[in-house]
Design a protein around this ligand. Sequence first.
Ligand SMILES: [Cu+2]
Length: 141
Amino acid sequence: MRILLALFLFLIPNFASAELHEVEMLNRNETGSMVYSPNFLRISSGDSVRFLATRPGHNAASIDCMIPDGATPFKGKINEEIEITFSIPGLYGIKCTPHFAMGMVMLIQVGPTPALPHNLPAELPSRARDRLLAYIAELSE
Ligand SMILES: [Cu+2]
């Protein structure tokens, strides 16, 4: 009985604190074509995000120049439903590798609102850049 209680107390905090969020990878929705839905997420440190292959031909990968210091880059394969746990707070840029130039990107804010960038790296494709700036403007509101 005492062991069960200890196990119970040990497990509860994990259930209470870590959430799983889902993001769909889509060809089109009301916001445009080649999109993640939602296109930005605010989550807590330790939460996970699962990228769903709702439509074929997409993946989810971190944008090299847009993850916090110390965070590990990731890259899913096309049609692969990856689940990533975000433990380092900050702002993460996510891209679909084949549709990066078409602006298939999203933002994940982990933990409290970080200092939002006013400038984005010059090497971003312009459509990805435009969408990221729009999402950042929404995050700032
Ligand atoms: Cu895509």
